[in-house]
Design a protein around this ligand. Structure first.
Ligand code: AP5
Length: 223
């Protein structure tokens, strides 16, 4: 199948990849592909992939490449022809990035690194709550729901992820430094690489991301 343009969001846990991917997907009508969400769905549905991944995720480690690649390949195959794709949390290892290069070939790709300090990560992730029904993301410090329920769907369960406990957050940060941070070097020599300041507020980061993505669209349409 052929793909529309692809935006890869890179960044440490808690940098705001999911928040920005969701806003951008709404703004551009693109598919938002989050490997974290796909894996959590597999865990909820108790598929064999989910059962093999749960303990690994809860411990803050990466799920093995072969499992993630199978999941992503299925997801990309089932996407709509020529629709833009926003990748959130994928790739996360050099092997995953090499796989993506092969799948995408010459498709226009942009990589945005959302940069953030470690101390802010811990504060954000320990304050994160996610709606158990629709997946809307909140933060008890910076963006709480307006009442007790989810603003979007009225869901009553605003859940704290098992991997958002402080000791697991610290392990995820170590894993990020060891296995995912090298991807910044992998992509930074390519023309479509950009960095945004992830410590700014959500709207400001979203504006920066949209500006960058707008420049990709202009290149594609030649305007
Ligand atoms: P995944 O779900 O991808 O977790 P992550 O990368 O650690 O990222 P997070 O979801 O924690 O953070 P985020 O950057 O999306 O931030 P968010 O927008 O939510 O993966 C979970 C696990 O699955 C992994 O540990 C691994 O085990 C496995 N996995 C997933 N993909 C894999 C892969 N490719 N290979 C192998 N294993 C894989 O924001 C965080 C909080 O901050 C929220 O509360 C939000 O409201 C708040 N916030 C966001 N932006 C701002 C802002 N600008 N200012 C203030 N608050 C903000």
């Amino acid at each position: 199948m052929s793909y529309g343009s692809v935006v890869i969001l890179l960044g440490a846990p808690g940098a705001g990849k999911g928040t920005q991917a969701s806003l951008l997907a709404k703004a551009c009508g693109c598919d938002h592909v989050s490997t974290g969400d796909l894996l959590r769905e597999a865990v909820r549905n108790q598929t064999s992939l989910g059962m093999r991944s749960k303990a690994i995720m809860d411990a803050g480690q990466l799920v093995p490449d072969e499992l993630v690649l199978e999941l992503v390949a299925d997801k990309l195959r089932s996407g709509k022809e020529n629709t833009g794709i926003i990748l959130d949390g994928f790739p996360r290892t050099t092997a995953q990035a090499e796989f993506l290069d092969k799948v995408l070939g010459t498709v226009a790709t942009m990589t945005i690194q959302i940069a953030i300090d470690e101390s802010e990560v811990v504060r954000r992730l320990s304050g994160r709550r996610t709606c158990g029904d629709c997946g809307e993301i909140y933060n008890v410090h910076s963006s709480p729901p307006s009442g007790a329920n989810c603003n979007v769907c009225g869901g009553k369960d605003l859940i704290q992820r098992p991997d958002d406990r402080e000791e697991v957050i610290r392990r995820r940060l170590e894993v990020y430094e060891e296995q995912t941070a090298p991807l910044v070097e992998y992509y930074s020599s390519r023309p479509g690489f950009h960095e945004v300041d992830g410590s700014a507020d959500v709207d400001e980061v979203a504006r920066a991301v949209r500006e960058i993505v707008g420049s990709l669209e202009k290149q594609e349409t030649g305007s």
